[in-house]
Design a binder for this molecule. Structure first.
Ligand code: ADP
Ligand code: MG
Length: 256
């Protein structure tokens, strides 16, 4: 019989060539776990591949989450739905299945500051990453300035293509700042290209009826809205800021 050390080295070499990096880096632990569990040779092979695949999935989610540029870390699970009675829980349950992304549909979160629009958008974005979709989060003002910069530099088409490739684009805080009509036309080009093919989540503190004011051009606003709202779930969140509500609750608890 060949020495175990030689065989291990050979397995590691093969694992390296085949890019099975988890097996390569954890071979002794994996072999002893399989031995302790009295696995058959078949079960051992299955176990090794399962561990490799599991680790690859963890790495994929980590990388895709970093690439999405979420502004903070939160999940759908950490959203306290009972604190926001204006949201129908069934809608969030349905959205969390991310079927709408398969169909290139959109989601609009509307409501005053602090009610959880961005939290829900990030939560859905992270869920989409888990399902294997490419996701990019960006504030409306950063998106617009990057499109304007690209236009000045003569790289607009390339920039629009960059944003086009994400299966889910999250545009946060539309309406906090008004746009120049020229910027609105750039947004229209992007929305038009993504229309029916790719999904967009938009969060806004202004109802769509006021978007003409945000965009500084009502016909452009109508054209953008037409495409966004055609296949869209709108969630309007009413009520007070969650943080202010929580702060008041804590203050009351401390006083009693
Ligand atoms: P906005 O509607 O302005 O986008 P955010 O989603 O950023 O508000 O929410 C503000 C803060 O309050 C965030 O830290 C978010 O995680 C938290 N938050 C808001 N609503 C809830 C909720 N229902 N459950 C848990 N955290 C919430
Ligand atoms: Mg927000």
């Amino acid at each position: 019989m060949k020495p175990v050390k030689d065989t291990d080295e050979k397995i590691k070499n093969y694992a390296s060539r085949l890019k099975l990096t988890f097996i390569r880096d954890h071979l002794p632990e994996l072999i002893s776990a399989a031995t302790d569990a009295h696995f058959t040779p078949r079960e051992t092979i299955e176990y090794l591949f399962a561990k490799e695949a599991e680790q690859r999935e963890v790495n994929r989610i980590k990388l895709a989450t970093m690439g999405a540029h979420f502004p903070y870390d939160c999940t759908l699970e950490s959203f306290d739905i009972a604190a926001q009675p204006s949201i129908e829980p069934g809608i969030i349950r349905e959205l969390s299945k991310v079927e709408w992304i398969k169909n290139g549909e959109n989601v609009l979160f509307l409501g005053p500051p602090g009610v959880g629009k961005t939290h829900l958008a990030i939560g859905l974005g992270r869920r989409a990453v888990q399902y294997g979709y490419s996701v990019r989060f960006i504030s409306a003002s950063n998106l617009l300035s990057s499109l304007e910069k690209a236009k000045k530099e003569g790289t607009l088409l390339q920039k629009i293509n960059d944003y086009f490739k994400y299966k889910l684009l999250i545009i946060d805080e539309l309406g906090y700042l008004p746009f120049e009509p020229s910027a609105s036309h750039l947004l229209y080009q992007l929305v038009n290209k993504r229309y029916l093919a790719k999904s967009t989540i938009i969060t806004s503190n202004r109802p769509p009826s006021e978007w003409g004011l945000i965009f500084g051009d009502s016909s452009c606003a109508t054209a953008i809205l037409d495409r966004l709202l055609h296949k869209c779930t709108s969630v309007t969140i009413l009520g007070d800021s969650y943080r202010i509500k929580e702060a008041k609750k804590t203050k009351l608890e401390n006083e009693t």
